[in-house]
Design a protein around this ligand. Structure first.
Ligand code: ATP
Ligand code: MG
Length: 783
């Protein structure tokens, strides 16, 4: 049995196999980046599904015939796929069912990849596995049982924008000055309290001695009351309330404890207290908990994550088995060395060795740009260059940055070059105003208690319902402990509303009419109905031209998303879609073939890998961020972030920084990041300065280059890199030139740009349409 399993999982190394075949009980895998932790999770699930968890039991199942034993022997000599199924049947003892496995990861992208990898390994039955983010898994549990906590199943999930609005309202209602209690600060204090599972009362107790905190505690209290009244949850509530549900309702807890025979949690170093409590509760009965993580990649301290969860695992589960993996399979030697050298500068770490058998690879390319736009242009050009030079696809690239705000200059450059990209976890599609408006209509139509969203749309488009009227409706609702929608239903009875009665009634009847149709139509049809009946679409189209068009397009995209959801969901419903939308974080430009460059913050790139990675904004005050500069602990967290970023790359890594950058403080000069300085120069290949391209330094100067060239290098120091530029042919290209290509035939130049020793051209070919090419590499000729 052991021999057959080893053979089946022969791609894995011995330690990985040990983890995959570990029997029951708690298991901790502690290992560095790219050492196959996630791969082990996938394979462990595959193993459990196929063979059960009885690797360690010596006996084969009862009743094997001699013929069976012969078959097994022969299979070992020659693993003929035709017998594979029979062999699994013979050695499997009690396979674990897919629905009794819970696999948790951090980002939507990682969860999707996990699902894909599982389907690839074990087939369609993987669809029954709960492979989710924390929020995704919690949403599923809450949809089933949230009524036990006094909410209804139609609950709304508030995003950050909703949260901020609500906090502002609460701050105002408590007569506190928003200047002294800035919304982002309050938001973060409440978030941290929720991460620690502190209720408003408990938080108030702990904040008693601090005047400011106790005021924030009162905001928290009101905020929570308002959320509950609106039948709404914020993101942190999703986890907090699931823990509450499991802790308070014995039958619910027992149901899930029994259901989830195996729980596997990726990126465990980044769990906060609430997530830790959730996992612990769920795993309490079977204790079959596998957690994997890397202390060097802990990057969510600011979100309350505590590395203690992973470090104290062995104390929490005395019978736990710990496995360390040390071989990196992802990156080249150069990339891995650079990562190891960088993280070494952290003092507060346990330290570990990570090695690879992968070949050395190319040096890390460093580029200094004039400003952030030039940086974007550099990235776009390099992507096109790589596509032509190495036959790469857009999917092979990721551009990583420290903060979301950095994406816009890069986006502009990619758009201008016609490169399709997908923005992950950035400025969310669902937070665009027009999209949010439509979502708010749908939200109120699902959940009448949602006052916040009702206020957003009651006069959008304009219906002559003024702010004063809305305030009166709200005051009436508050004084009678009802929701605003209920007040609208009876607006005829209130003297105070006499003057706007007609308009309010018209709005209310329109909404009621729509509500009656809600469950009779497919969600996408219903959404179209809402758009036309409320006059919202007309209002958007009537807006100023260019802007209106973009907004209309966004709404079209929203409708397409609903349709897409309908086609893929098992039992599509409007609430189901709303839930999906509230958890969505990604935004994709149109790409015909599903090929796009990924744009993500380093945080959302965790766990992912790409052949070519660009790490942009390698500047002090950007990365490390200005917020972290004063605090050595925070600098260490930034350095771990840098380690995460470097280790995403498989083959090539580009680092770039801008000498000047526009921030909210205006245009400012920036210095290269200390992380660049920490990387040993022998791994770096400093690319040309952008300005005077043709002034090559003499070879002798290059030899005398200062120790760390980033701080003092000359134009053309690419001679240091030893990499040869393509031989220029001396040919010049202009827009309108006719050119000839061996495969594509004749074409006309639409765009021409000198890049290094070559020309990047966009050419309309008669036969094949428009293509971007590097002239010398593509061996173009001029007829
Ligand atoms: P991270 O810390 O970044 O999350 P990880 O430890 O989860 O990394 P994986 O993503 O599982 O690492 O694996 C990294 C790469 O190495 C993947 O491309 C995977 O297919 C490959 N890999 C893992 N184990 C092996 C192996 N035994 N042989 C060959 N390739 C492997
Ligand atoms: Mg991983």
């Amino acid at each position: 049995k052991k021999r057959i399993l080893d053979q089946e999982f022969s791609r894995m190394n011995a330690r990985q196999r040990e983890a995959i075949f570990s029997g029951r009980g708690p298991l901790l895998i502690l290992a560095g980046a790219g050492s196959g932790k996630t791969t082990v999770i996938v394979n462990r699930i595959a193993y459990l599904l196929k063979y059960g968890d009885t690797y360690h039991c010596e006996e084969l199942p009862f009743g094997l015939t001699e013929f069976d034993v012969d078959l097994l022997e022969e299979y070992l000599q020659n693993p003929n796929p035709a017998f594979a199924e029979r062999v699994s049947e013979l050695i499997a003892n009690r396979p674990v069912s897919p629905w009794s496995i819970l696999a948790i990861t951090f980002t939507n992208k990682a969860a999707n990849e996990l699902k894909e990898r599982l389907i690839g390994t074990v087939g369609e039955s993987a669809n029954d596995i709960w492979a989710n983010t924390f929020h995704g898994a919690c949403a599923k549990m809450l949809r089933r049982d949230i009524e036990r906590l006094g909410y209804t199943r139609d609950f709304t999930v508030y995003d950050t924008d909703d949260q901020k609005r609500l906090i502002k309202e609460c701050t105002k209602m408590l007569n506190l000055n928003e200047k002294n209690y800035p919304v982002y600060q309050v938001l973060s204090v409440i978030g941290r309290a929720k991460d620690k599972l502190l209720s408003p009362g408990e938080f108030a107790e702990s904040a008693k001695s601090d005047y400011r905190l106790s005021k924030i505690a009162s905001i928290y209290k009101l905020y929570q009351q308002r959320l509950e009244a609106a039948n709404a949850l914020d993101f942190d509530d999703m986890i907090r309330l699931t823990v509450k549900l499991l802790a308070e309702c014995d039958d619910v807890r027992e149901y899930y404890q029994k259901k989830f025979q195996y729980i596997l949690c990726d990126e465990y170093q980044d769990t906060n207290y609430a997530q830790y409590a959730l996992v612990s509760l769920l795993a309490e009965q079977h204790r079959n908990l596998t957690v994997v993580g890397d202390d060097d990649q802990s990057i969510y301290k600011f979100r309350g994550a505590t590395i203690e969860n992973i470090l104290s695992f062995e104390e929490q589960y005395k019978e736990a088995k710990t496995i360390r993996l040390e071989q990196n399979y992802r990156s080249t030697q150069v990339i891995l060395d650079a990562a190891n050298q960088t993280i070494k500068h952290n003092v507060g770490r346990k330290g570990k060795t990570l090695w690879t058998e992968n070949p050395g690879g190319e040096k890390i390319k460093v580029f200094k740009a004039k400003d952030e736009y030039a940086e974007g242009v550099f990235i776009a050009e390099k992507i096109l260059d790589e596509v032509v030079r190495y036959g790469k696809n857009y999917r092979d690239f990721a551009v990583l940055y420290r903060a979301n705000a950095q994406s816009s200059a890069i986006e502009t450059a990619l758009q201008r070059s016609g490169i399709a990209y997908k923005l992950f976890g950035g400025y969310k599609f669902y937070e665009r105003k027009e999209v949010k408006d439509v979502i708010s209509y749908l939200g109120v139509l699902c959940n009448r208690q949602d006052d916040l969203r009702l206020k957003r749309i009651i006069n959008e488009p304009k219906r002559g319902i003024g702010d004063t009227t809305v305030d009166v409706v709200e005051a009436l609702a508050v004084s009678s402990s009802r929701c605003m929608y209920d007040v609208l239903a009876e607006c005829g009875e209130y003297e105070q509303l006499a003057r706007s009665r007609e308009k309010l009634t018209a709005f209310y009847s329109m909404m009621e009419e729509l509500r009656a149709k809600r469950d009779l139509m497919a969600p996408s049809l219903f959404a179209s109905e809402v758009l036309s009946r409320t006059g919202y679409m007309e209002f958007i189209i009537a807006q100023d031209k260019a802007d209106g068009r973009e907004r209309a397009q966004n709404i079209e995209t929203l409708l397409a998303n609903i349709q897409n959801y309908e086609e893929n969901a098992e039992a599509p419903s409007l609430t189901g879609f709303m839930e999906e939308a509230s958890l969505a974080t990604d935004w994709e430009t149109q790409s015909e073939d599903g090929q796009y460059v990924s744009l993500l913050t380093i945080h959302s790139a965790k766990g992912l890998e790409f052949p070519v990675v660009f790490l942009a904004g390698m500047e002090e005050e950007v990365f490390p961020s200005s917020m972290a500069m004063q605090n050595p602990d925070e600098i260490e967290e930034e350095r771990r972030l840098c380690y995460v970023a470097i280790t995403r790359a498989k083959q090539r890594l580009y680092l770039s920084y801008a000498a000047n950058r526009r921030t909210y403080q205006g245009l400012r000069m920036h210095f290269p990041s200390r992380f660049l300085k920490e990387m040993p120069t022998e791994y770096l290949d400093i690319l040309n300065q952008p300005e005077p391209v043709h002034t090559y330094a003499a070879a002798g100067t290059a030899a005398k280059a200062p120790k760390n060239p980033i701080y003092n290098y000359r134009a053309g120091s690419s001679l240091l890199s030893g990499k040869k530029a393509p031989e220029p042919t001396g040919e010049e290209y202009r827009v309108g030139d006719t050119v000839q290509h061996a495969a594509f035939g004749q074409g006309v130049v639409l765009m021409a740009k000198k890049m290094g020793g070559d020309w990047m051209l966009e050419i309309a070919f008669e036969k094949t349409g428009t293509k971007k090419l590097m002239a010398n590499y593509a061996k173009l000729t001029k007829p």
